[in-house]
Design a protein around this ligand. Structure first.
Ligand code: FAD
Length: 398
């Protein structure tokens, strides 16, 4: 566990740390710096202080000594819903195969669920050398507590070097719980993974500061090295029905959850395409002018076989539910085609969709920032343009 403190006898209240802190977690009071509660120990202030007046200490006594050489293999969490493997799992297996080959280690999938044993072979067909299968009625529905307990037990027993999960609702919930239990690092939302050619360490790259720079993060002293990876970024391997692998069923005790019970699973989207998995997304913003005009977005999405997205302004106005929000505080998407209709292109929106292969913007303001990110721009009134596109696509796709 790490702590930060100001050495008041050395602090001059110069304020250098104040401007160095990217998170606004320092204040100066009575000519002395004070660290605020939301400090995340990034260390920027320590480097900025000319007087050595800020110190981050690590309580070694609380840390488990580990021998990192004991940790081997690359693990992928095989996310499934109702027994169907999520496509991000196959993407992760594709990316992890290269990591495992570079390390000369095995690629393993971890499959937790109820009645999912038939899926183990599918994971082998998509690249897994080994599948750890825990098939138990208590794992039927995703449950933070039960899944965290089982996954942590498996890691403690088999000691993987690298653990990857999809940056999905489940992965984003499970990965931090597991990493904090194991006192290891986690890089969320990675878009690239590579093994360092000399150190054999996992280099985990992700967009930082709303996508304005790419940060490469390493976890040199703790194991496993953990990352969540954005869906649709990595490429799956081709299915190979002749691949052979090993299925291991570890003897793990699956305890009931003490805190959470899943009573019912309600599917919000009764039809349509899942936003994070869609190849085409049509998104609407405040420029629609009225909630009823989301019909236009739905029509265009339907004719293209795509999903419906939205800006936060549209969600905040109550025009569409939060599950459709794309951006920094919504979903991160990476489709082949993203069509932004009546969306200005605020940095927080771009943070969630700028890695799309092709961005098409429809906006009546030629100076809207979205056009800077767009591959193709259509300047005009969406109420005229979208119906034209729908009718032309209908003709072309008939
Ligand atoms: C901490 C934080 C987190 C945030 N997270 C997110 C997030 O996750 N996702 C997100 O989207 N935003 C997020 N925001 C909000 C973001 O800053 C913007 O306010 C929001 O994206 C604006 O939505 P918009 O583009 O739909 O609306 P506006 O900015 O109002 O843009 C509407 C656009 O529609 C155009 N328009 C108007 N009428 C027409 C027409 N008839 N035809 C064509 N074009 C038309 C206008 O020219 C304008 O460009 C966040 C903000 C903060 C501070």
């Amino acid at each position: 566990m790490s702590n930060i403190r100001i050495l008041t006898e050395k602090c001059t209240g110069c304020g250098l740390c104040l401007s160095a802190c990217p998170y606004g977690c320092i204040k100066i009071e009575n000519k002395k710096a004070q660290i605020l509660e939301n400090c995340n120990l990034c260390g920027a202030c320590v480097d900025s202080c000319k007087f050595g007046a800020i110190e981050i200490t690590t309580d070694k006594g609380l840390e488990n000594e580990i021998d990192i050489n004991e940790y081997k293999d690359v693990w992928v969490f095989a996310e499934q819903r109702e027994g169907k493997i999520a496509s991000v799992t196959f993407e992760l297996l594709g990316a992890a195969k290269k990591l495992a080959q570079d390390l000369g280690q095995s690629l393993c999938a971890v499959l937790l669920g109820d009645g999912v044993d038939s899926q183990a072979n599918t994971l082998i067909e998509y690249g897994a050398d080994v599948v750890y299968l825990v098939d138990n009625p208590k794992l039927r529905n995703y449950n933070d507590e039960i899944y965290t307990n089982v996954f942590t037990d498996l890691i403690n027993e088999y000691k993987p070097n690298i653990v990857l999960m999809g940056a999905t609702t489940y992965g984003r919930s499970l990965a931090p719980r597991v990493s904090s239990r194991l006192n290891t690092g986690l890089t969320a939302d990675c878009t690239a993974l590579e093994i360092h050619p000399k150190d054999n360490i996992l280099m985990q790259t992700r967009p930082a500061f709303s996508g304005n720079l790419m940060a490469t993060i390493i976890c040199p002293d703790h194991r496993p090295q953990m990352a969540t990876v954005r869906p649709k970024v990595m490429k799956p391997l081709d299915k190979d029905s002749n691949r052979q692998g090993k299925i291991i069923c570890p003897k793990i005790t699956v305890e009931d959850s003490l805190m959470t019970k899943v009573i019912e699973t309600v599917k919000e989207a009764k039809e349509g395409v899942n936003l994070t998995e869609a190849d085409i997304i049509v998104s609407g913003g405040r420029g629609l002018g009225d909630p009823k005009h989301f019909k236009l977005i739905e029509e265009l999405a339907k004719v293209l076989g795509g999903a419906v997205g939205a800006s936060r302004a549209a969600v905040d106005a109550g025009w569409i539910s939060y599950s459709h929000q794309v951006g920094q505080t919504g979903k991160t998407v990476s489709p082949k085609i993203y069509i932004a209709c009546g969306i200005s292109g605020a940095i927080q929106h771009l943070a969630g969709m700028s890695s799309s292969d092709i961005i098409i913007a429809i906006n009546k303001n030629p100076d809207a920032p979205i056009f800077k990110a767009a591959t193709y721009g259509i300047v005009g009134d969406l109420h005229q343009i979208i119906p034209l596109l729908v009718s032309e696509f209908k003709k072309a796709l008939a």
